[in-house]
Design a protein around this ligand. Sequence first.
Ligand SMILES: Nc1nc2c(ncn2[C@@H]2O[C@H](COP(=O)(O)OP(=O)(O)O)[C@@H](O)[C@H]2O)c(=O)[nH]1
Ligand SMILES: [Mg+2]
Length: 379
Amino acid sequence: MAGGTDWFRESFRQEYDRQSAAIGRFNLAVFGKTGVGKSTLINAVFGEEVAKTGIGEPVTRGSRLYVDKVGHLGIVDTQGLEVGKDNKEILSELSKAMKEMRKLPLSDQLHVAWYCVRGMDRRFEESEADFIRRLDEIGLQVVLVLTQVPVRDGQYHPDALALATIIADQRLPLAGGRPFLINAAADPFSGQPAHGLKDLLDATFQVAPDGVEEALTAAQQIDTARKARQAQGYIAAAATTAAGAAFIPIPFSDAATLVPIQLGMMAKIAQLYSIKFDRAALMAIASTTAATSAGRATFAGLLKMVPGAGSVAGGVVGAGVASTFTYAMGQAWLTVCQRVVRGKLGGVGRALDNEVIREAFVDEFKSRLKIRRGDKQSA
Ligand SMILES: Nc1nc2c(ncn2[C@@H]2O[C@H](COP(=O)(O)OP(=O)(O)O)[C@@H](O)[C@H]2O)c(=O)[nH]1
Ligand SMILES: [Mg+2]
């Protein structure tokens, strides 16, 4: 196979950027008075890194609404404008921005709003109801969040429930038809657990446009099952594409047509798990570098392990082998990504252990080959 790690890194970079654009961005506007818990909530759902970022950029030219872009997420907020005090100006800015954004690609539009009220506030003003109705009128789906809601023995605090009822009675245009009661961060002192985040996220998925579902799946950090399902979808798609590509004779020596398919799949999965390019590239090189071949990243070495690959007549890789190969690569890579994210293979902020990564990858790769052995080895 041509190159070595420089070539590998460059090819992986291209796929990483291409897949990043394909996944796109989910843009969320977050409203609520200072101190209700917006930053804490964003942290809890999307990870620490998001709330750490700076000022962002105007959503459209000259706008007083700013979007903070981190990975596949954009958080829109109203810097210098305060909900409750500056509602008129916020709404006029939003209405203007929504019109302008309609001309932009889906990834640059605003998709959903979270309107946050402290659950123990005991009141919900008419101006807040008006604000929510107006958000709906200008085309924003609103999820209403009651924050910092205490629970005991599986029951919400009665004051928060009373507030939820008052709000529900107003028949506002809300996603899910009701407020979502949450506590974003556990409080060890009072023993209050975090709760409600998954329901809030599900409601957000329901009203987000189909085209940003992948971006939201990648951006959120609490529903790992959803990430895993999405990754399985990427793997299945790549295995199918690989089988199709294999009808064109592939020289066994480099499996050239399979490489971009597999690198694309790996890049997409890495992004689903919010693994940045530099780290993902190191992981991919460690995973696919044969211990024997002086540090060169090689897919051919892995291909040799696929049942049926060695005996193919004329040195051509068939559809069955191509598909099995890609499937096993995908599963092995997914395992490595999941374990790195969980801090099991040299965690966040720590150095990666190349040998451990390679071992984890190859173990999973081999075990996935066994499962598929005899699957469709004919083509
Ligand atoms: N225990 C707990 N504290 C919270 C929660 N949400 C917010 N807080 C606390 O309330 C204060 C204000 O929260 P913050 O997220 O900065 O509010 P923001 O101004 O709306 O962004 C901070 O001291 C947070 O630690 C929560 O869900 N649980
Ligand atoms: Mg804040």
